[in-house]
Design a protein around this ligand. Structure first.
Ligand code: G1P
Length: 276
């Protein structure tokens, strides 16, 4: 039912310099696949095949990844190496890809607002590719899309984090509806531990209703002088229209070296099972 998914990919990836000096951080590979491909695969699993990138300077490799490479394909035609491109070829066939540029970095809220031209007036997914997510059974975005059908309001994925880490996340306050579901009553962007309303942190998966765009337009810049999606969602939450979902699965922050190593090891164990 939700067809569109936005991928904000304009960020500089400063936590990963110098690797990300000339290469988009979303193209960093976990094993043999770039982060952004895992992210698009998750969206497609959730039925979202209209893929919209909010991109920026130096990110051309992402566009090239989701396109055919005639020379390369000609070179390997008829060899065993063709198999390695099967997954990405299928994605390219299943999806449409649109791009718009975020000219200046203005925060996640600003990136999403720039994506309005690609989304229009429909509910849509948002995936931050450096949060690599693996669902138990269904993928995390598919789990959320199913909840959207039930609640018809914005949904944010949450995870419990140690209180000492709240400064890295949007943090929610909410009333429990069931074991994994909360109706959000408040949310704060990157609070100090003593100011955090809970230890439920928002991770990089959202389903947003399109009224978020009007709200973003009138939301003042917030934490770190940036337009924060958390602040716009807080306004929806006041109307009772944001559900937080403690998803069933595993999230690894691949935007830092320790997380990247953890994800590599995790995927190696999971996707390259040892013989014997
Ligand atoms: C963004 C959001 C934050 C959220 C996080 C999830 O922060 O602003 O609320 O918790 O993504 O990854 P960023 O990590 O882009 O600084």
């Amino acid at each position: 039912m939700i067809k569109k998914c936005l991928f904000p990919v304009a960020g500089y990836g400063t936590r990963f310099l110098p690797a990300t000096k000339a290469m988009p951080k979303e193209m960093l590979p976990i094993l043999d696949k770039p982060l952004v491909q895992y992210a698009v695969e998750e969206a497609v699993e959730a039925g979202m095949t209209d893929i919209g990138f909010v991109t920026g300077r130096g990110k051309r490799a992402i566009e090239d990844h989701f396109d055919v490479s005639y020379e390369l394909e000609h070179q390997i035609a008829g060899t065993g190496k063709e198999k390695a491109l099967e997954g990405i070829r299928q994605l390219i066939e299943q999806c449409t890809f649109s791009y718009t540029r975020q000219i200046e970095m203005g925060g996640l809220g600003d990136a999403i607002l720039k994506g309005r031209a690609l989304v229009g007036d429909e509910p849509f997914g948002v995936v931050l590719a450096d949060d690599l997510c693996f669902g138990n059974g269904a993928g995390v975005l598919l789990q959320m899309a199913r909840l959207y059908r039930q609640f018809r309001c914005s949904i944010v994925a949450i995870e419990e984090v140690p209180k000492s880490e709240t400064r890295s996340y949007g943090v929610i306050a909410g009333e429990a509806l069931s074991d994994r579901l909360y109706r959000v009553t408040d949310m704060v962007e990157k609070p100090a531990p003593e100011d955090a309303p809970s230890n439920f942190a928002i991770v990089g998966r959202y389903i947003l209703t399109p009224d978020i765009f009007q709200i973003l337009e009138r939301t003042p810049v917030g934490k770190n002088g940036e337009l924060q999606i958390t602040d716009a969602l807080r306004e929806q939450a006041r109307e009772g229209c944001v559900i937080a979902y403690r998803f069933d699965g595993r999230r690894i922050d691949c935007g830092s070296v320790p997380g990247f190593v953890e994800a590599t090891n995790y995927c190696y164990e999971r996707f390259f099972p040892k013989e014997g």
